[in-house]
Every structure is written in C-alpha cells, then in structure tokens.
Design a protein around this ligand. Structure first.
Ligand code: C2E
Ligand code: MG
Ligand code: MG
Length: 574
C-alpha cells in the first residue's frame, strides 16, 4: 500500500510532524524527568522555549499546589502501570498557575533501550475560564459579580462527582470577613458594599481561573479548589486569600486592617458529598472565628481536636469512677400552694483535679456513649438509696428522692433487680425512691424501655418523664407511657416570665397541665425562677415545681435544713 506522499516514512520525522501540529503540549523526558524534547504547544502553554526547557527537570513547572505524596503516587503509577493520568496544577514561566489534564506514558526507546516518559497535556484552565465568562445574570451575585451560591453548589456537585470517578481530591474553603457588621454599622452600607466588592476582587485575583469562587451570603465567600490534595496546601491558599482580603481593605481606604477567617474541608477526608463538605467547612469557619481574627481551621484537625478532648474526658471519667470523685446534690421539689418540700432530685456533680467542675450536661453524654453510665448510674442509685435511709432515720417528714436514669440503663432488666436489691439492703419502702427518664430514653428502644419501666413500677417505684416537650412524645402518646408524673421542660416555663406573656406559650403549658391531670399524672414545672412564673402555674392548676426560686441543687445537709424549716412552717401554721 502506498503511503500518503506528504507523510514522512521515518518514524522520528513522523513524531516530529505530529508534535508540531498538535494543540496538546508534549514533553519527552528521560527516566529521571530531565526534559529531552518539547513541542510548540508546550511553549505556548508554559512560556518556556526549547532552549530554556531542554536539559531542565520537569519540576521546573511545579506550582507548589501538590504535596510530595501526590508526585510519589504519580511516579509509582509510572513504575508499575507504565502510565499516569489526571489533573495537575503547573506554573508557567510568567508565574501563572494553570490546570492541565496530563497523561504520561512510560516507554522504552527501541533504538537505545532507554526509558522515556512522554507527557501529553491539555490546558483546561480555559475551559473553566470560558465557563466563568458564560455565567448568566442569574448565576451572578448582583453586587460582586461572583457566582451565586446555587451555581456554586452545582459546580461543587460536579467536582465531587468527577473526584469520585477519578479519585482526585476536592478542597473547599469558606472565607468569612471578621467583624464585618462593625464596618456596616460604623461607615454605612455603601462603604460596606464597596469593601465586599474589593474583597471579592482581592480573592479572585489570588486564584487561578480554574477555581470556582462564589459569594455565599453577606460577607461569606466559598472557593472550590480542584486537584489540591492536602490540608497543608489548602492552608497556604487560605493564607494567600487572607492577604488578598487585607489588601482589599487597604485599597478601600479602611484604617484598621480588614481580616477574614477561613474554614477548610477536603474531600475525601472531611466528607464525600457536597452537603457534608459545605457543613464541615462552615463548622471549620466557626472554629476559626474562635481563634480570634484571621483564624484558619481545618475540619479534620478541629474534629481531631474535639476527638482528643473527648478522649481526655473519657479517661478522666474512668479515673473519677475509680477514685469515687462524684458527689450528689439535691434540688428541692416544692408544693407551691402549701410551700412545703415534697421531694428532691439527685443531680450528679463532678470535680476533676485537672478539668475542674464538669457539668453533667457535658459528661453524661460521654458516659452514655462509652457505656460508663452503667457504672455511674449504679453508683447514683445506691447513693440515693443510702441517703434515703439516712433521711428516714431523722425526724424529718419522709420525702421521695429522685434519681435520673439514662436510656442505656433501661436496655436490660438489671436495673429492676438492682433497685429491688437496694430497697431490701437499706430497708426502704418503694415510695422512698423515684426514677426520672427522658422522652428520648423511651423512644430509643421503646418496647424494652417500657418493659423495664413497668418492672420498676411493679416494685412500687414512681417514674417521672423528665424534660417533657424536648423529645418526640406527643400529648396523645402520654396516655400509654408507663409514667406516673410529667416534668415540663424548663424551655416551656422560661417564657412565662416575660412581662407580657405570649398567649401561645401560656396555652401550651395550660394544655400539658390539663391533659396530664386528666390522665391522672402529676405535673411538675421545671426551672421555675420567678414569682410571676409560679403564680401563672398555680393559676393553671400546676402546683408542683422545681427551680431556683425554691432552691438550687444543694448538698444533703442544706436540704435537710430546708426540710426542717419547711416542716417548722407547716407545724407553725397548724
Ligand atoms: P434534669 O434532670 O432535667 O435536671 C434539671 C437541670 O436543670 C439541672 O441541671 C438543674 O441544676 C437545672 N435547673 C434546675 N432548676 C433550674 C432553674 O430554675 N433555672 C435553671 N437555669 N436551671 C435549673 P444539671 O444539674 O446541670 O443537670 C443537667 C442534666 O444532666 C439533668 O437534667 C439530667 O438530664 C442530667 N443528669 C444530672 N445528674 C444525672 C444522673 O445522676 N444521671 C443521669 N443519667 N443524668 C443526670
Ligand atoms: Mg431530671
Ligand atoms: Mg429535666
């Protein structure tokens, strides 16, 4: 067969013709990455002529945007699979960073048996740039001309999809200007807007065209970086963006430096859906703000810090169990009509030598997650029973003492046995003890929890539903719950304190009281702090309360003092 006349038959010449005519950049190197040959498209994209490039290493083009691991993976793929392909950021002679789609093939030159690497790349920055130019009015933020949040989320979604297919990384940054409200308040919105426009330009200028940037809302921007593979590099970009913001503030004539906090999230480390990445980057910005102005926080590292904190807490909890570092305080329960003490709730207190006073709201969830709550809960029950026995040896009127019980403690029958054993050991009637459970505890393993609670009630123990209204229990579900008493959560009682109480707030409480009463359950208001709340509650027919108005959680001795006074008032009245 006859070859086309204009095509040289010599393979070297053929290669030359191909190299000269293609719009893809081509570079041939030896096994160590020393450049042996380039084509005109290489010069067009990188700015380096043949004289400047040949003899140099390909590291000449490094942008600083990839870490060592990235290049190690690339070299390893060449060694084992004879090829690598992917997106890579390179830097041109003029310093501009551009994104290219690069394929590298490892071949053995048949003439000398030497190993050669052939890199073929397409500059895809233009593709992104064109996309940016094509943004329509609706996709642009009216003030800054950047992408809108909606458009940005579409881009993020596409980047995530692409990364899933290729195993590439996606970096997400959220930039939030520090104390921007103060600028608006001090100088007015017109200056605020100017600052935002300058800030947008300052950010844009520091990013290669391929990176998407959007204004999410007010003073918050989001930036999507493709092919950035580690948090350290993201942090460098974040720093450069912060400098951009400060320069923009200077340019806008602000006298105090304009700073911004940046939150980072990386796919796949910090999530692999757009939603997760956005949430985690947003959480990281909050974390960054906590560091003061111009903070930078990465989701994984702050998550790691939180995990670290959690482990410290867990270790301290274990130590507290060993050293018996817990104590109980008691909060009085009052009959608001008679002004008498009718019960008390035991609440855990923990003072750690290193961490100081730790609130149960902090350590109970950790104790629940780790299962340590079983041991702690057993101790609480025993301590409450022991205290009830001490109480009964005095001449004070007998009152029930309530212990809080967690969901995990209701997951088996053990607690029923334990309570029965305690009643026997301390010679107590069941009316001496009460159990408080939250709605969530009842929901988690509803059937089991119900069985266990019924077991406790069968022993004669009263069960209270704690924090009613914060979980999922509906009013109608109350009928079937195995509880004797309902404690209305403090969040419903607090609004009753306002000078003009919202009607709806009143009606909700009134309804719970009425329905509870109709179902034959006692109703206790939690967190009563003022006389006004007390009066309103009494007016609704709710007579039992706990709260600072009647006493904060206190040591047993103080509670006994209060009981003595309360009994005295009562006998004095009679
Ligand atoms: P809880 O059982 O609903 O306890 C009431 C919480 O509200 C207590 O907080 C109490 O100090 C607080 N409080 C009472 N009256 C007022 C008031 O008038 N105003 C305000 N602002 N607060 C009031 P505490 O002691 O920090 O306990 C928090 C939660 O920790 C408890 O909520 C309970 O769920 C849990 N907890 C405490 N001790 C134990 C325990 O021994 N076992 C278990 N499983 N959980 C416990
Ligand atoms: Mg409680
Ligand atoms: Mg409560």
């Amino acid at each position: 067969m006859k070859s086309p006349a204009n095509l040289p038959l010599n393979s070297g010449a053929l290669l030359h013709t191909l190299m000269a005519s293609t719009s893809d950049g081509i570079v041939v190197t030896d096994a160590n990455g020393t450049i042996l040959m380039i084509n005109p498209a290489f010069t067009r994209v990188t700015g380096y002529s043949a004289d400047e490039a040949i003899g140099q290493k390909t590291s000449l083009l490094r942008s600083g945007r990839h870490d060592r691991a990235f290049y190690e993976t690339l070299w390893a793929a060449l060694e084992t699979e004879n090829q690598w392909k992917g997106e890579i950021w390179n830097r041109s002679k003029s310093g501009e960073i551009y994104l290219e789609w690069l394929r590298i093939f490892r071949v053995v030159d048949p003439e000398h048996g030497a190993v050669r690497h052939i890199g073929i790349f397409t500059d895809i920055t233009d593709h992104h740039r064109a996309e940016e130019r094509e943004l329509t009015g609706d996709d642009r933020d009216a003030l800054t001309g950047l992408m809108t949040r909606t458009r940005f989320l579409q881009r993020l979604e596409a980047a995530v999809r692409h990364a899933r297919q290729t195993g590439a990384h996606v970096g997400l940054l959220i930039v939030n200007i520090d104390r921007f409200r103060r600028i608006n308040e001090h100088f007015g919105h017109a200056v605020g807007d100017t600052v935002l426009v300058s800030a947008a330009h300052g950010l844009r200028r520091r990013l290669p065209a391929g990176d998407a940037i959007a204004r999410l809302s007010g003073d918050e921007f989001a930036i999507l970086l493709s092919a950035v593979s580690d948090a350290r590099l993201l942090t460098e970009v974040a720093r450069s963006l912060q400098q951009g913001i400060t320069a923009a503030g200077d340019a806008a004539g602000l006298t105090t430096p304009l700073t911004a906090s940046v939150g980072l999230a990386l796919m796949p480390e910090d999530g692999d859906t757009p939603d997760e990445l956005m949430r985690h980057a947003a959480a990281a910005v909050d974390e960054a703000h906590k560091q003061g102005d111009a903070g930078i926080a990465c989701h994984s590292s702050s998550a790691a810090a939180r995990t670290g904190q959690r482990f410290r807490l867990e270790a301290a909890l274990r130590r507290a169990i060993r050293t018996q570092a817990f104590t109980l305080v008691y909060q009085p329960r009052i009959d608001m009509r008679r002004h008498t003490l009718v019960g008390a709730e035991a609440l855990l207190r923990w003072h750690d030598p290193d961490l100081g006073e730790v609130s149960p709201a902090t350590f109970i969830p950790v104790a629940e997650e780790t299962g340590l709550i079983r041991e702690i809960g057993d101790w609480v029950l025993e301590e409450v029973a022991r205290t009830a026995a001490i109480w009964r040896q005095t001449d004070l009127p007998a009152i029930p003492l309530a212990a809080n019980v967690s969901a995990l403690q209701l997951s088996d029958d053990r607690i029923v046995e334990h309570v029965r054993h305690l009643l026997h050991k301390y010679g107590l009637p069941p009316s001496a003890l009460q159990i408080e459970v939250t709605e969530t505890a009842l929901i988690r393993d509803a059937d089991r929890a119900r069985t266990v609670l019924s077991g406790l009630r069968a022993c004669g123990i009263q069960v209270s539903l704690d924090d009613f209204g914060t979980g999922f229990a509906t009013l109608s579900a109350l009928r079937d719950l195995p509880v004797d008493e309902i404690k209305i959560d403090r969040s419903y009682i607090s609004p009753l304190d306002q000078a003009s109480v919202d009607r709806a707030d009143m009606e909700i409480v009134r309804m719970i009281v009425a329905l509870g009463g109709a179902l034959g359950k006692d109703i206790v208001a939690e967190g009563v702090e003022t006389e006004r709340q007390a009066a309103l509650l009494r007016g609704m027919g709710c007579n039992l309360a706990q709260g600072w108005l009647y006493g904060r959680p206190m040591p047993l001795q103080h509670l006994m003092g209060q009981a003595r006074r309360s009994a005295g008032i009562l006998s004095g009245q009679e």
